[in-house]
Design a protein around this ligand. Structure first.
Ligand SMILES: Cc1cc2nc3c(=O)[nH]c(=O)nc-3n(C[C@H](O)[C@H](O)[C@H](O)COP(=O)(O)O)c2cc1C
Ligand code: SF4
Length: 409
């Protein structure tokens, strides 16, 4: 018997039903103006929506100003609600659902943008940013918990169908969970239960706000941090269980830690020449060229690189799971669906081609669907560009020096 693919069938995340199993994973667009939405952000997400996606996720909104690392990043506040409403209306018109990823960059925030010394679980120096960091006081932690709840309400007022809380990749919630980073002596540090306390309190606040607004809640979390001493599967499976009991509607299973193992998130190598090509500051360019390859170590890319770990979660977690990471071909996507993952998260395939989902469908209709593959070469030029420019696939840019495009040849 020929099994019919689930890819183009609807499925639900809590109160929300998506038209198919595809989710545009949060990928920082770098398109905001004054930390609010822009026409470019509108054009990109409506193109992804018109391109057939089930739900598109607007990336990386800070729940408070102290959590910002880029001037082109969203910051959730009442004054941007009308602009976000325009954006979500555009997405809905194209038949897709809209989600916004929300979090706090913690020790990855930038003083000149976040307006204060960056904060984290403890004080120290973050070489990757680079910045001095101060430990959050208990009162401030509780204020941030409230900020996550307020941001959820703002997301609802902005017309989003879902919020995705960013608890991975070495940002603030992940910094608190990390036994490597979190050296606090109070009830937010020490034992694993204590290190989870901040995330639990945030989720309680978010779930309460979301229930009032009938919104879906996803959490993006790490299965492994990707460096020795970081979180591993034994702890992260417990985190997933805790989130499931907190009533979260779906988990996005990822990994990596921006200040220690950035390429674990996306795999492959960071194109250092591309990264520095876009930098306006000569002294930083020289420094990054000298130590970049040492600080940003490559991690081998294989298609569907998180699937093996994600299967361990599938065995014990009942809520819908979004798998993400190198799901570039229909063959691997089908494998993930067969493994019981409800949703397929994709970032680079949709940077390369916002209509990738429709193109998969068209190929299926022509009878060559199972061989269909994204045109993304996972050379990560879009990631090199991300730190200083807007999100564009280099394949669609004119005037890029050949020496950059051939960086890995
Ligand atoms: C340019 C770019 C920006 C990204 N920004 C974010 C982000 O803001 N938040 C996040 O959780 N992940 C971010 N990611 C990671 C993606 O969501 C995704 O987990 C990762 O790229 C693996 O998926 P892919 O192989 O489909 O690209 C980013 C990825 C790329 C390529
Ligand atoms: S720049 Fe490279 S990695 Fe990024 S989307 Fe384009 S082809 Fe893929």
């Amino acid at each position: 018997m020929i099994r019919k693919s689930l890819l183009f069938t609807p499925s639900s995340i809590g109160p929300l039903t998506l038209r198919n199993r595809t989710v545009r994973a949060a990928a920082f667009e770098g398109m905001c103006v004054d930390n609010g939405p822009s026409e470019a952000l509108y054009n990109y997400h409506t193109a992804v929506a018109a391109g057939g996606i089930g739900m598109t996720t607007v990336a990386y909104a800070a729940v408070s100003r102290s959590g910002l690392s880029f001037p082109t990043q969203l910051w959730m506040r009442p004054s941007i609600v009308p602009g976000l409403r325009h954006l979500t209306e555009g997405i809905h018109k194209e038949g897709a659902a809209a989600s916004v990823q929300m979090g706090h960059c913690g020790n990855m925030s930038h003083r000149s943008i976040c307006g204060c010394m960056p904060v984290s679980a403890n004080s120290g120096f973050n070489m990757y940013s680079p910045t001095f960091v101060r430990a959050l006081k208990k009162k401030e932690i509780l204020e941030l918990v409230k900020d996550f709840g307020k941001a959820t309400v703002l997301a609802h007022e902005s017309g989003f169908d879902a919020v995705e809380i960013h608890a991975g990749h070495g940002y603030l919630l992940s910094q608190f969970m990390s036994g490597w980073l979190n050296r606090r002596k109070d009830e937010y540090g020490g034992s694993f239960a204590n290190r989870l306390r901040f995330t639990s309190q945030v989720m309680e606040e978010v779930m309460e706000a979301a229930a009032r607004c009938h919104m879906a809640v996803l959490v993006k979390m790490n299965m492994r941090d990707g460096f020795r001493g970081g979180m591993e599967l034994d702890e992260s499976i417990e985190v997933a269980g805790l989130l499931e009991s907190a009533g979260v509607h779906a988990l996005v299973l990822s990994g990596g830690y921006v200040s220690r193992a950035p390429m674990y998130v996306m795999r492959g190598a960071m194109p250092i020449r591309t990264l520095t090509y876009y930098m306006p500051w000569n002294y930083v360019k020289i420094g990054v060229r000298m130590i970049g390859r040492w600080m940003i170590r490559p991690v081998p890319f294989t298609e569907g690189y998180f699937l093996e770990d994600a299967r361990r979660f599938r065995e014990v977690i009942r809520i819908p799971l979004v798998c993400v990471g190198g799901l570039f071909s229909r063959t691997v996507i089908e494998k993930a669906l067969l493994d019981g993952f409800e949703f397929i998260g994709m970032a680079r395939p949709l940077i390369n081609d916002p209509a990738f989902v429709n193109h998969m469908k068209e190929a299926e209709e022509k009878g060559c669907g199972k061989d269909f593959t994204s045109g993304c070469t996972h050379a990560n030029y879009c990631i090199g560009r991300m730190y200083t420019r807007d999100m564009v696939c280099h394949q669609h840019l004119d005037g890029i020096p050949k020496r950059l495009l051939n960086e890995f040849k």
